[in-house]
Design a protein around this ligand. Structure first.
Ligand code: SPV
Ligand code: MG
Length: 407
């Protein structure tokens, strides 16, 4: 096994392989027949040395517009969207345990597709029974979704990122999982629709060999790609998986979700074999603290004036969702910034005026909202560990090896 510190040493991989950034995603009209094959086309058009496709979580039409229009400082764009079970549940105030039914999940996907053009990958959770999964595949295809990812778990599905939760995750028998993949493949009408197998062995605390052998079985069964998941803060186990898997299957797409191991750059994931990188929950986690802060500011000041500087102008909201051209114009966080609102005299005591709540406290509240019975666990996951601006006592800092130590 290659130690993570070698793989992560800045510049090592870059020196070995010249890297070209992926500035622009390809465009599609957004019509279902056009959008469905777009993900496969993007995968096939990736050049040697290019980074993985960038996919951003969306949970509403509005967040879809963010994924559609956000542009990096050098023109980078997202290549597509991820319909996450975690955020689709959280946005309804529910835990990520397959409690939101497929019809509701798909209504949200449809809202997002209605106002966007980029390809969508659907988080299919366990996929349910093969007899049911067949119909999910057909519906997704009909809507123009490009891929579904199903995970090899059974029993009560819980979110994979819960810390110390290995024993809570039960893997299903691999033959049953392969049968489900085959049922989906037989049901699909377009060969461009991708059915990707998500390996949860590492999440369930099982050995690497098991993750690899289960992945190989899924490829044998016809899976269009493999997602390897991990909740470690170091990418080491994901990198090891990709290195061993790639030795056997150089061309099968690999999907990674670097939520917990978020210090690794896309280019290093790409060089290690990743084809698709999913940012699985960041938009929802950004929205909630901001909304809570504004709500508290309004309460503290008995008016909304003080919150105004943190708000998108009404004009922007009205135009952004109304007009295609305006979307381009407002499709940048800079365009949304307002001139500083002058501070109006206040008759509140000072201690009430400064109501800003820290990001770590916000993360804790989000955790509470998402998993009422797992507060301590979720805080550890979504808390401050990897936030560079964090000021909590549980703050950690990254070492060069990509691991973390308490400070
Ligand atoms: C999701 O976004 O719902 C996922 C990815 O399944 S994770 O939350 O990391 O399990
Ligand atoms: Mg999920």
């Amino acid at each position: 096994m290659i130690p993570a510190r070698h793989l992560l040493k800045p510049g090592t991989l870059k020196a070995m392989f010249p890297y070209s950034a992926r500035p622009f995603a390809s465009s599609s009209t957004g019509l279902a027949g056009d959008r469905l094959p777009a993900l496969r086309k993007l995968l096939e058009s990736r050049q040697e040395g290019e980074g993985p496709l960038r996919i951003l979580e969306t949970h509403s039409g509005l967040s879809g517009l963010v994924a559609e229009h956000a542009t990096g400082s050098s023109g980078e764009k997202f290549d597509g969207m991820w319909s996450s079970s975690l955020t689709a549940s959280a946005v309804r105030g529910l835990p990520d345990i397959e409690v939101v039914d497929t019809t509701s999940r798909l209504a949200l996907v449809r809202e997002t597709l209605n106002v966007t053009t980029k390809p969508m990958i659907y988080d299919g959770d366990t996929g349910g029974l093969p007899e049911i999964f067949r119909f999910t595949v057909r519906t997704l295809e009909q809507m123009g979704v490009s891929a579904v990812i199903i995970e090899d778990k059974e029993g009560l599905k819980r979110n994979s990122l819960l810390e110390n939760s290995s024993s809570l995750h039960q893997l299903c028998h691999i033959n049953d999982f392969c049968d489900k993949i085959e049922a989906g493949l037989q049901a699909r009408r377009s060969n461009d629709f991708m059915i990707i197998a998500r390996m949860e062995s590492l999440i369930a605390g099982r050995p690497m060999e098991e993750a690899l052998s289960r992945a190989m079985a899924c490829v044998e069964a016809g899976a269009s790609g493999i997602m390897i998941h991990s909740r470690q803060k170091s990418p080491a186990e994901v990198l090891q998986f990709m290195s061993q898997f790639r030795a056997i299957h150089p061309d099968v797409p690999i999907v990674v979700v670097p939520t917990s191991y978020n210090q690794i750059h896309e280019e290093d994931l790409g060089h290690a074999g990743a084809s698709i990188c999913i940012y699985a929950n960041q938009l929802l986690r950004a929205a909630y603290p901001s909304m809570m802060g504004v709500a508290e500011t309004i309460l503290t000041h008995s008016r909304s004036y003080e919150a105004e500087k943190d708000l998108m102008p009404i004009k922007a909201v009205v135009n952004f969702v109304n007009d295609e051209e305006e979307r381009e114009m407002w499709g940048s966080s800079k365009a949304l910034l307002k001139p500083e609102v002058p501070v109006a005299p206040s008759n509140k005591p000072d201690h009430l005026i400064h109501s800003d709540i820290s990001q770590p406290a916000m993360a804790l509240r989000l955790a509470i909202a998402l998993q009422p019975h797992q507060n301590h666990v979720m805080h550890a996951n979504y808390g401050t560990a990897s936030s560079p601006s964090s000021s909590s006592s549980s703050e950690t800092k990254a070492t060069e090896a990509g691991e973390e130590e308490k400070v």
